[in-house]
Structure formats: C-alpha cells, structure tokens
Design a protein around this ligand. Sequence first.
Ligand code: FCB
Length: 486
Amino acid sequence: MLVPDDGDGPFPFPPDFLWGVATADHQIEHAQDDDWSAFEQRVSEQRVSGTTERVSGTAPPVSGTIRGIGDVPAEWIAKKTDHDRLFADDFAEAAALGVRLYRFSISWARLFPRADMLEPDPAGVAFYDRLFDALVANGLTPFVTLFHFALPRWLAEPDASGRRGVERPDAPLAFERFAAAVAERYGDRVAHWCTINEPMVYAYAGYMEGIFPPHERRPTPAAIVPVLRGLLAMHARAYQALHGVRHFTSGTSGVRHCHVGIAQHVRRFLPWRNSALDRITAALIDAQFVRFFLDAIRDGEARLPPFGPTLRVEGLRGTQDYVGVNYYGRFYVETTWRRPGKFTLHTFDPSEAADERSDLGWTADEEGLRLTLARFHRDYALPLHILECGIADDAPNDVRRQRFLVRHAQATWRAIHHDAVPVKSFCYWSLLDNFEWAEGFDPRFGLLAVDYGGEFARRRRPSAEVYRDIASANAVSAGLWRRYRR
Ligand code: FCB
C-alpha cells in the first residue's frame, strides 16, 4: 500500500491518546510461590549459568536454564528490582515522564498462594491496596494483566490425573475466582483488563522450545492443542467474571464499563531468502503464532493451521473488547527442502548492516508495527492498545532506544492518520530494567536503569527524556523527527 509522504511533522496524537509504560509482576516484584521462582531456585542452586556468549542472534537460551543465573546474587533473584520497596518512587518517576497509563500485572500466586483458598490472601491484598493508592496519587491509570507467565506453584503441579498447569481441568475455575477477586477489590479503579499476556509465547516457550516452565518439548504444534484449549477456556471465564462483577458505590448504577482483552505477541515474519518454502513457512508461522488465538476469540472456535483439529470453547466467542499488541520487530524464517516442516528463526540478517538491532539481536521494524495495527483493525474491527513495544539497549547514551521510540511513535501516528486505525494507547516496555525470563538479568529494556548491585537504585536513561517529550506534548515534534527519522 502506498503511504503518503508525512512531511516533517509535528505528528500530533488524538487528545484522548494515552502514553504508558508496561511491567509484569514476576519481572520486578519480590519472588512469590510460583513456578518461575521454583525454577530460578533450582537452577541457581545448581549454579547453571547457561552460555553468556551470544554467537549470533539465532542462538536461543539453553533449555531449562536462565542465562547467567549462576553468577547472580541470591538477593537479585529474590527481589528482582525491589519494586516492593520502591514502587511509589517508580510511579512518581513515570508520572514525571508525562506517562498517564501504567500496564502491570497482579501476581496470582501472591493473592492465591494455596490451592484451597476461596478468598485472596490478606497480605497480598494489603500490598496491592498500597500499590493502587500510589498509582492514584501519581495520576496513573491502571491497565491490569492477570496472568503474565508465572503460575501459582500449586497449580503448576500435577493433579490426581497427572495434568498440570493450564491443562488441569480446574485451571479455568481457579482463574475465574482470581479474576473475580481482583475485580471485586479493584474494579472501581480499573477500566482496562488483559486476561492473559502472550498466550502463544507461553505455549511455545513452555511446551515446544522448553525454555519456560514446565520445560516440555512436544514434537508438533498439534501436541500443544490441550494447552491452547486451557488458555482459551481460562480467558473466556475471566472475561465473563470481569464483566460480571458489579460495583454498587454511591451514586452509580452499579454497572461497570470495562474493556477486556489479551496481549498478543506479534513479530513480522519475513522469508530469510526469497524462496517459496521460506515464504510459505513464514506465512504458516504467522497464522499459528499471530492469528490463531485472536481468531479463536473472535469466532469462538479455530483450527490450528495447517491441519490441526478445530478447537471449540464454550463462552469464548466475542470475548474481547479491544486487541492488545505486544510488538518487538522482525524475525526471518529459514527453511531447507532437506528438512521439510523444520525451520530456523533468525533475529537479524547479517547482510543488512544498516538494520537497527537490540542487545538481544532483535531487528527493529517500525513499518511492521504500522502494518500490524492496520491488519488487526481490518480483521477484528476493535480499538487497539499497544501494550508492549521496546528495545534492549544498555549503551550509556542509549541512542538506539531514542530512535526506536521516535520511529515507533511516528509509525503509530501513521496507522491512526493514514489507515484510520483506532489506536488508543502506546506502552513502552519497560519502565525499568527487569528480569528477562530465560535471558536473565542482562537485557536492559528500561527507560530507568536499575543498579542491581547498588541497592537497586534507579537512574533515568537519556531515552527517558525523549519519551517525556513525546508523552508530555502528545506528539512527535518536528525536532525529534528531524533528528531520528531514517
Ligand atoms: C514480552 C514479554 C515481556 C518481556 C518482553 C521483552 O514477550 O511479555 O514480559 O519479557 O517480551
């Protein structure tokens, strides 16, 4: 599609557009009794470091390890960023950057640390009460995620039938109970909910690649269908619960208007070399990884491409009020006729020296963000929220992050203005450096740097000032665009 020349800016956003930052409980808060904490404990006791050298952007973390964990003090693993102590300062800093939206997750294990609990744990509730008060005090609008990769340990363990985690038949009911408890307590302050963060990443990383708990390596996408069924059922139950809770506060009708959806991880999958097999495989991966879950929610049923069984889940159809996008750029898909059905994912193309790569080797691609927004608008006809978009850049002047912010903000503007996409918000991932799952503590995504060895002190990176300029003007200025455009 031809895009009109944008000129030199400025690029103003709609008045109700929200600039935000995103985090997730397990990556910044103190450890809870969840499957990730149990895994970290296990690998750090064995002092398994994984490989700290990254030979190319294609090397995935070793199965069942966390990069560099053997070299990390126990305090980091227990406290992550010590957000439990510092959250009020973190929120004040976000507000000072002109941010108005704060996407975060509530730890399921902190509220329901035991299987037999019908009511949430009082200590967990007290923690989130204080946290919500601090959000309000700093004028931040909460966008709440309920499941961001970490499961309570009791649920991650096998039940009597040997099924565990999201495949357990009691998982949807347990998740519904958790969602209802959170909505009862905080629903008067939350208009936006994300039930599940990146269900497809969760399923692939945990059940095929084996790099997230429960570290399984099932042979084919069809073998993870029960996992997808569990996740879809959990989502459907939580959607109904969140919409069902009524708040009879003084002067209101008791009907709470809330918007519920998921966060879908999106990459632009491009063929590695322009072969037919690379192209077909890239399209297939896109259909499985990017489209499947959203299509299933829209239609109430879906077939995992190319030949998977049709999955039908009761109460699922139409259970999203917006489409949530987590976007990190481009991947390349390489295949060979010698190994049909297999592929290699490359995070960058070494022959494209001009491409912007993060410290993880991920290639930035702001045009892919615009295309994603336009396509999701076409396919789902719902408002869109960019719930994560960010780059790992630990350079002292973090100029790649500055460019990334300006270019992705401008690409969002183009989606709104040229493609008429109703994008409502943009959340940068992340407010602060944090624990990056199987990649450990090395990748630095934060607008705020965390000094782990120095009592977790925060320091603003230069890019934070760029984000402040964008968020406080609600526009990409002509000056920023001149400086950072391609
Ligand atoms: C996303 C995750 C988020 C963070 C970023 C870098 O896939 O949702 O927790 O790890 O990647």
